[in-house]
Design a protein around this ligand. Structure first.
Ligand code: FES
Ligand code: FES
Length: 165
């Protein structure tokens, strides 16, 4: 089967019922999406499917036929396409904001945190705190860095609007 991941076509050998996460990790050797719960409960495996955050641990390969998958590795290019930027930045503004706010501890949850908040800001550029809380509700951080994650998303929102913070 052929799948489109990070704007590139890949031929994969896994059976159609195989979870997308296993294919991304084992066949494509991508290290952004992580295995956490395997039950669509934590968000560490999140990817964008046609721009919508999806849990790759419970998404069978057959469900993504003809769709465009973006993983953490492809996020800066996805952002550049959205914003029609001439050059792909090294990091998506959310990634940069997470660094600037020193939000990461162990880092295990951050694939999902970044994927989800990128999706949020693509649809709602200036979210309220309540909107951020609602959007991020299904993403669990065992280190409890939620306050810094909140600040980072707010910082990225300002940066994406062209402001400095
Ligand atoms: S590993 Fe997919 S949601 Fe937890
Ligand atoms: S930083 Fe450790 S799980 Fe979130």
């Amino acid at each position: 089967m052929q799948i489109r991941v990070n704007e590139r076509w890949w031929t994969v050998n896994a059976a159609p019922e195989t979870p997308l996460l296993y294919v991304l990790m084992n066949e494509l050797q991508l290290q952004g999406p992580r295995f956490g719960c395997g039950l669509a409960q934590c968000g560490s495996c999140s990817v964008l499917v046609n721009g919508v955050e999806s849990r790759s641990c419970v998404t069978p390969l057959s469900a993504i036929e003809g769709k465009s998958i973006t993983t953490l590795e492809g996020l800066p290019a996805w952002y550049a396409t959205q914003k029609k930027l001439a050059k792909v930045p090294a990091l998506h503004p959310v990634q940069q904001a997470m660094i600037d706010e020193q939000a990461v501890q162990c880092g295990y949850c951050f694939n999902g945190m970044i994927i989800k908040s990128s999706e949020l800001l693509s649809k709602t550029p200036r979210p309220t705190e309540a909107q951020i809380r609602t959007a991020m509700n299904g993403h669990l951080c065992r280190c409890g860095t939620y306050p810094r994650i909140m600040k980072a998303i707010q910082r990225a929102s300002v940066a994406m609007a062209g402001g400095a913070r």
